[in-house]
Design a protein around this ligand. Structure first.
Ligand code: ATP
Ligand code: MG
Length: 344
C-alpha cells in the first residue's frame, strides 16, 4: 500500500473514488464510518446511474464541465460533494469525491430565508390596506384640492412600486428555495399583453412616453401562469419606461412562429427607443442583482432582480429570453414561449 493511500485512509473527511463504469474503486475509513459498513451500496447505485447519464454523479464526469460541487441528499442528510480530482487517462475515467455534511448549515439557511420570506409576505397585508384607502380617496366623489390629489397620486405610485418590490422578493425567494411552481392554466397571450399595458398606461402618460401594443389576430393559447406571465411583461415594460426619455416609444407585440400551418411558439417583444444597453453588459442583464452602468433617467434604483425573474418565469414555461440593444437607440426584449400541444 502506498503512503498516499494510507494518508487518504486517515483523512477525517469521507472520500471515495468512483469510476465512470459504475464501480467504487476506493473509499476511506471516514467514508465507512460516516455512511456505515454497507454504505457503498447507494454510491454504487449512483455510480451505475452515471453510465446511463442519469443521476447527480454524472456531472462530475462531463469533460470540460466546471461542475465541481453539488449538494446531494443522502439518507436524510445533505452532503456537499466536491470533486477533488478527475483522472481521465487509463481505461476507465474516475473521480475522487469528498463528502461534507452540510445539513445543519442548510437548515439554518432555510430557516433564515423562510423567516425573511414570511416577514416580506406579511408586509403585503398592511400595504394593500394603504393602497385600498388611497384608491378610495382618489376615486370618491370628494373634490380634492389639486395639490392633495397630486400628493395622494404620488403616494399611490410609490405604494405600487413597493408592492412590486415585495412581489419580486417573494418570487425570488421561491426561485432560490426551489419552490417556484408555475400554474398550468390556459393563457390568452393577447389578454396578458393587454393587462400589462393597461396597468402601466398611466405611468407612461405621466412620463410622456408612448406605450402601444399590437398583435395579430388569433394568437393561440399557451399553458402556464397568467399572473406570472403578466408580471414578466409588466417588468419588461417598466424597465423600458425607466430608460426611455420623454416623447419616446415603448411598443409591446406578439408574433406567432409557425411551422407550416402549426403554431410553434409565441414571440412577445417589448421594444423601446430608450438609452439602450452597452454591448459588453448585454448578457449579464439576466443575472441576479445585475444592473448595468446605465443610469435610469427616472431614478428609482430597483434591485436588479426583475430580468432574472423574467428569465426564470419564461424558462419555467419551456421558453427562452433574449435581448438586442443599441446604445442610444433602444432595446428589444424577446420572450419566446412554445405552444404546447394538449398531449405534452
Ligand atoms: N429597456 C432597457 N433599457 C436600458 N437598460 C435596461 C433595460 N432593461 C434593463 N436594462 C438594464 O438591465 C438592468 C437589469 O434590469 P432588471 O429589471 O433586472 O433590474 P432593475 O430594473 O434595475 O431592478 P428591478 O427590476 O429589480 O426593480 C437594469 O438595471 C438596466 O441597467
Ligand atoms: Mg426592472
Amino acid at each position: 500500500m502506498t503512503t498516499s493511500r494510507v494518508l487518504l485512509d486517515h483523512l477525517p473527511q469521507p472520500i471515495a473514488v468512483v469510476t465512470e463504469s459504475g464501480g467504487v474503486d476506493y473509499k476511506n475509513q471516514a467514508f465507512d464510518e460516516t455512511f456505515g459498513s454497507d454504505a457503498a451500496q447507494w454510491l454504487k447505485e449512483a455510480a451505475r446511474a452515471v453510465a446511463g447519464e442519469r443521476g447527480w454523479l454524472h456531472g462530475f464526469f462531463v469533460e470540460g464541465d466546471d461542475l465541481r460541487t453539488i449538494d446531494v441528499e443522502i439518507e436524510g442528510r445533505v452532503y456537499r460533494v466536491d470533486r477533488i480530482l478527475r483522472v481521465t487517462e487509463g481505461e476507465t475515467p474516475a473521480v475522487a469525491l469528498s463528502f461534507e455534511d452540510v445539513t445543519r448549515e442548510r437548515e439554518a439557511e432555510q430557516a433564515k430565508s423562510d423567516f425573511t420570506a414570511q416577514i416580506v409576505h406579511d408586509l403585503r397585508g398592511p400595504l394593500s390596506g394603504i393602497q385600498g384607502t388611497l384608491e378610495f380617496i382618489l376615486s370618491a366623489d370628494t373634490k380634492l384640492d389639486t395639490m392633495y390629489a397630486d400628493l395622494l397620486q404620488e403616494a399611490q405610485r410609490e405604494s405600487e412600486r413597493m408592492m412590486n418590490l415585495i412581489n419580486e422578493i417573494l418570487d425570488f425567494s421561491k426561485i432560490e428555495s426551489g419552490n417556484f411552481v408555475v400554474e398550468q392554466e390556459p393563457v390568452r397571450v393577447a389578454g396578458v399583453l393587454k393587462r400589462a399595458v393597461r396597468s402601466l398606461q398611466s405611468v407612461a402618460g405621466r412620463d410622456e412616453v408612448f406605450l402601444l401594443s399590437a398583435h395579430g389576430r388569433d394568437v393561440p393559447q399557451i399553458i402556464g401562469s397568467v399572473e406570472k406571465l403578466t408580471q414578466a411583461v409588466i417588468n419588461l415594460i417598466s424597465n423600458s419606461l425607466k430608460f426611455t426619455p420623454q416623447k419616446g416609444l415603448v411598443s409591446v407585440g406578439a408574433q406567432i412562429e409557425r411551422k407550416g400551418d402549426v403554431a410553434e411558439a409565441i414571440v412577445i417583444t417589448v421594444t423601446d427607443s430608450g438609452m439602450g444597453i452597452k454591448a459588453e453588459e448585454l448578457q449579464a442583464v439576466f443575472e441576479k442583482y445585475k444592473q448595468s452602468g446605465t443610469k435610469s433617467i427616472r431614478g428609482g434604483s430597483g434591485t436588479g432582480l426583475g430580468l432574472y425573474i423574467v428569465k426564470q418565469v419564461v424558462e419555467a414555461h419551456g421558453g427562452e429570453v433574449s435581448v438586442a440593444s443599441v446604445e442610444g437607440v433602444g432595446t428589444s426584449m424577446v420572450l419566446r414561449l412554445p405552444v404546447r400541444r394538449a398531449a405534452a
